[in-house]
Write a protein that binds this ligand. Sequence first.
Ligand code: HAM
Length: 425
Amino acid sequence: MSIQRPKGTQDLLPGYIEKWQYLEEVIRKVCFEYGYEEIRTPVFESTELFKRGVGETTDIVNKEMYTFLDKGERSMTLRPEGTASVCRAYVENKLYGTQQPVKLYYVGPMFRYERPQTGRFRQFHQFGAEVLGADKPVVDAEVITLVWDLYQRLGLTGLEVHINSVGCPSCRPLHRESLQSFLDQRRTDLCRDCQDRFDRNPMRILDCKNPSCQTLTHGAPTTLDHLCEDCASHFTQLQELLEAAGVAYKVNSRLVRGLDYYRRTAFEVLVEEIGAQSAICGGGRYDGLVEEIGGPSTPGIGFAMGMERVLAAIEVQKKFPELKPAQFAMVIALGDKAQQRGFSILSELRKSGVPASIDLVGRSLKAQLKAADRVNAHYALILGQDELDRGRVVIRNLRLGEQSEVPVSEIVSVISDKYREGARV
Ligand code: HAM
């Protein structure tokens, strides 16, 4: 039997990859305009980083990591997310000693051993951004506005931006206590996962997707009921700033998120049309994380979006622009002599930056014209024995179906000029 790709992974082939390239292009443009710089960190890290960073009580660390021993018997893990790695890089490269805040973004594959389904993969891709070294609500607002702005530029509609404050180490214990006492009598009716969460991380019971847990937690105390003064003021200011920026958000007091590092702001963006895995973006503030992994006390906030899900949303909402890749010129050479001449014309065209190709398998004129059509070429440059004898090349405009002849010596400059003029037809 032939070898197949691992479950939950994808081959991204020509014909679809243009959509990825388009999304990446828009992402890079928005990040550039917002003053975020790219960071690339390793795809695998010491397992310890995620245990400490993402948290030992999370599903990601408990159930979903691709962990292995390398040949030196060190425990390594394929990164399940990017935030812990960015914080590690911030500490290791002493970025805290540079001008603050540091505004970074990343695009790349992440790995989680989850049950694959629509919108959920074992290797998926995230675009994420992190701001380290600034704790004011305006930073939270900027990060959420960047996400909002990106989705506007992609033409997405019907998005729901949910925000919440999950408090800080000084107010969260109060919430934990009152939530546990609310749930105590219903404890045995909770789903198995939530029974586990009761002691480890009861707050996560609030965003359990199990309908009976949702009923049981109806009316349960939320973090918003227990925020300390500083957290409450941070959350109010964030809302005012989002209103000022025109971001349509909803306060969702049950939004908790599945990673342990969050403090204060937590947010998610949902698009119902893409199915059960409707979260296209998630993020929040993580002021204790850098310290947790051995760095100086540093505030941080960021988000990550699943690119497969964003692409699915653009697809269902039919918002992709025309993305057919175009070769500008196709050199059609018939016979060995013509091929030699054609190949030299092709080299000249490429040197002057014109996207151009030549037949590589010895096809007939008809088949080569068809191939030119498939690559969406503007012009076919036809060179047979007859043209060669007369020192001329036929230029066929494939969009208009018109053709003319030019001397071989002029062909490169004629085509280059048309390319530079941005020939539309
Ligand atoms: P997360 O919520 O675990 O947060 O993931 C962020 C986004 O990645 C999700 O909203 C979803 O779009 C996508 N995603 C997650 N798992 C999968 C999967 N198995 N298949 C496809 N897409 C998936 C984080 O990763 C945090 N690091 C976000 C963050 C950055 N918080 C602060 N800074």
